[in-house]
Ligand binder design. Structure first.
Ligand code: OAD
Length: 250
């Protein structure tokens, strides 16, 4: 199906996005778990997502950390171990390349996997923290990942309270990451939202703060409650692969 935009004959939505990117002086990306599923990391609310079988408040909350450390430790050790052999996919590298070429300014992500950084992206705001660094929940001192996996006590305060630096239900988002993401999104000409259900507050408010164009790339339509200028229903990796090719020749 051909479309027309500003006098141009456009093949599809991906080409439209490529043109929006060419026009934009300031593009920001917001990602969620759907960005990582093609690297074999399950999402949360997709067809085989974590929260289909597990109640998040039972494992990923401050209450569980404080009252059932064994369950908390079991869940996060399993997730850390799942990430050991995981690598970024082509889509992560494409975003890193866009940043290196000055096409995008920054990535705000809900993902704790560190795959954007692993792919070479430099300006990444980790809104829900990251799972690969550890601290003591009691004295805040940093600890080694292996100490957490070995269920060791904190070497400073001696408490059995090591935890990954992820945001748990009941906790605030990291202030710096949030304010930088908010600043970039408020000031951008184009926000590209990739792979998120937009179910989780406050990140699901970010697209509404954008004053420029807002585009969704997701394998289902998760736009309810938020006005998108363009929706591309498809897999993140495939869409980004097509996008980078079209962008080069646009
Ligand atoms: P969700 O699992 O809620 O949403 C992921 C979305 O991506 C779903 O709409 C999927 O259908 C879609 N999706 C899956 N694979 C895709 C692919 N290859 N290409 C395109 N779309 C795909 O994940 P988030 O919105 O990121 O928070 O979840 C937000 C937060 O909820 C997470 O950061 C986590 C969770 O509880 C905390 O742990 C604090």
């Amino acid at each position: 199906m051909n479309m027309f935009w500003e006098g141009k004959d456009i093949k599809n939505e991906v080409e439209m996005l490529a043109l929006l990117m060419k026009d934009s002086r300031n593009t920001v990306v917001l990602t969620g778990a759907g960005m990582d599923t093609e690297s074999n990391i399950p999402d949360f609310r997709g067809k085989s997502g974590w929260w289909r079988n597990i109640d998040p408040s039972r494992v990923a909350s401050v209450q569980t950390l404080q009252q059932n450390y064994t369950l908390f430790h079991e869940f996060y050790s399993m997730r850390i171990e799942l990430l050991q052999d995981v690598r970024p996919h082509k889509g992560h590298y494409i975003l890193a390349d866009f940043e290196q070429k000055g096409v995008i300014k920054s990535i705000a992500t809900q993902n704790v996997s560190c795959l954007h950084r692993q792919a070479g992206s430099k300006t990444v705001y980790e809104l829900h923290g990251n799972i690969k660094t550890i601290r003591c929940n009691s004295c805040n001192h940093e600890a080694a990942l292996q100490d957490f996996l070995d269920k060791k006590n904190c070497s400073i305060c001696g408490r059995n309270a090591l935890r990954p630096n992820v945001v748990l239900f009941g906790e605030y988002l990291p202030r710096d990451a949030w304010s930088l993401a908010e600043r970039d999104i408020r000031g951008c000409d184009l926000l590209i939202v990739i792979g998120t259900s937009l179910k989780v507050h406050p990140v699901n408010q970010l697209p509404m703060l954008a004053t420029g164009k807002v585009v969704l790339i997701n394998d289902e339509d998760t736009s309810s409650g938020c006005k998108f200028d363009l929706k591309i229903i498809g897999k993140a990796r495939e869409v980004l692969e097509e996008l980078t090719e079209i962008y080069k020749s646009a």
